[in-house]
Write a protein that binds this ligand. Structure first.
Ligand code: NAD
Length: 347
């Protein structure tokens, strides 16, 4: 079978997870990963058998001095690929875009880039077909991905008159030592926050306003949502059933005793056969309530991993590797160990 050759440029929080996910897909081949500096992550990439290419100024000598074999330069990696997943820090993707275009290679960018970096902003549940045949795609940020998935459920079934969301954002990823706050709650003084407009790159007519605060935690973000529905269902149970029936949602029942993000991530560690990630939107039975036409719900978002399956589906859409969103999502989720949706039951 011919496979699409995928390179990953930027091997940090997102890049290493995307590389692992690519390596699990029978229709994709991981050409290699590019790193700027030798590090424990570079050594781990080598241990996993990923060809390691050098990006940035450090040069191959720094890697060789650390005993790490180098497969070539980032430019060589790009030329050997059909598509590059750019997972460099925000705004560097925009600079890298010229290299990909010059090599005639397709590219996927992450949510740290502005929307104009690519032809289309992407979420698999929301607009899979919009990425078909495209040369450049932006997978929206972790928060926007979470909102886009929820909007796919609510807007399609019930219509949305008005959505207001407060985003309680994690201060740093677990491995980041240089970010904060470590004690305090820091409001984002951009009102409304950029997340609503970012979601409208996928749902152009959605009436949504968002605000954000940053809190001292590394585990997850939590969204506090108030959504007035145009055609509300009869009960909270129907809303929960809609979430349960949708891929990439995980609903915790009340009896499971999941009070907050610590238990969510403990569950992720317990169920893990690889990385202890939680790639689904996490919704609580006890944290969802329909009151007239308004649905209130919390959702937790594992910022390190939620966009990983979206990157895989974006590749499938760009290269026409799946007949529709549902089959791509099902293949991706099966390969990554994301449970299938259920119509009833506890998840
Ligand atoms: P990160 O800092 O963890 O990893 C980025 C990696 O790229 C690092 O290893 C860095 O050394 C490397 N790098 C630096 N300059 C480079 C260059 N010129 N070429 C190639 N690699 C370079 O960053 P991250 O958290 O993985 O974020 C990557 C992108 O994903 C950003 O656009 C970010 O906004 C987005 N994103 C991050 C999260 C998150 O919560 N971490 C969630 C969703 C989307």
């Amino acid at each position: 079978m011919t496979t699409v050759r995928v390179a990953v440029n930027g091997y940090g929080t997102i890049g290493k997870r995307v590389a692992d996910a690519v390596a699990r897909q029978p229709d994709l081949t991981l050409v290699g990963v590019a790193k700027t500096r030798p590090s424990f992550e570079a050594r781990e990439a080598v241990d996993r058998g990923y060809p390691l290419y050098v990006a940035g100024d450090a040069g191959a000598d720094a890697f060789r001095a650390a005993g790490l074999p180098v497969a070539g330069t980032v430019e060589e990696m790009v030329h050997a690929a059909d598509v590059v997943v750019d997972a460099a820090p925000e705004r560097i993707g925009k600079t890298n875009a010229a290299m990909y275009a010059g090599a005639g290679v397709r590219a996927i960018f992450q949510g740290g880039e502005k929307a104009d970096v690519a032809e289309v902003s992407f979420n698999a549940l929301a607009n899979f077909d919009a990425a078909r045949g495209r040369r450049t795609v932006r997978v929206v940020s972790c928060n926007t991905t979470g909102l886009a998935r929820a909007a796919s459920v609510l807007a399609a079934r019930y219509g949305v008159d008005r959505w207001e969301a407060t985003l309680v954002r994690r201060a740093a990823d677990p491995a980041e030592t240089g970010r904060g706050p470590i004690n305090g709650i820091v409001p984002t003084f951009q009102l409304p926050s950029h997340h609503g407009p970012d979601l409208r790159t996928i749902f152009p007519t959605l009436d949504i306003a968002t605000a954000a605060v940053v809190v001292p935690t590394t585990l997850m973000h939590v969204h506090v949502n108030t959504v007035r529905l145009a055609r509300p269902p009869a009960s909270t149970a129907e809303v929960l059933a809609a979430f349960r029936a949708t891929p990439r949602f995980h609903v915790f029942a009340g009896w499971e005793g999941v009070d907050g993000t610590p238990q969510v991530m403990e569950y992720a560690r317990d169920r893990s056969r690889g990385r202890p990630d939680m790639m689904e939107n996490v919704v609580w039975e006890n944290g969802t309530r329909l009151d007239g036409a308004t649905v209130y719900f919390f959702q937790a978002i594992h910022q390190e991993s939620i966009v990983v399956p979206e990157n895989i589906d974006a590749i499938r859409a760009m290269f026409d590797l799946a007949p529709d969103a549902r089959s791509s999502i099902a293949r991706t989720d099966e390969s990554l160990g994301i449970p299938r949706p259920t119509a009833a039951g506890s998840r």
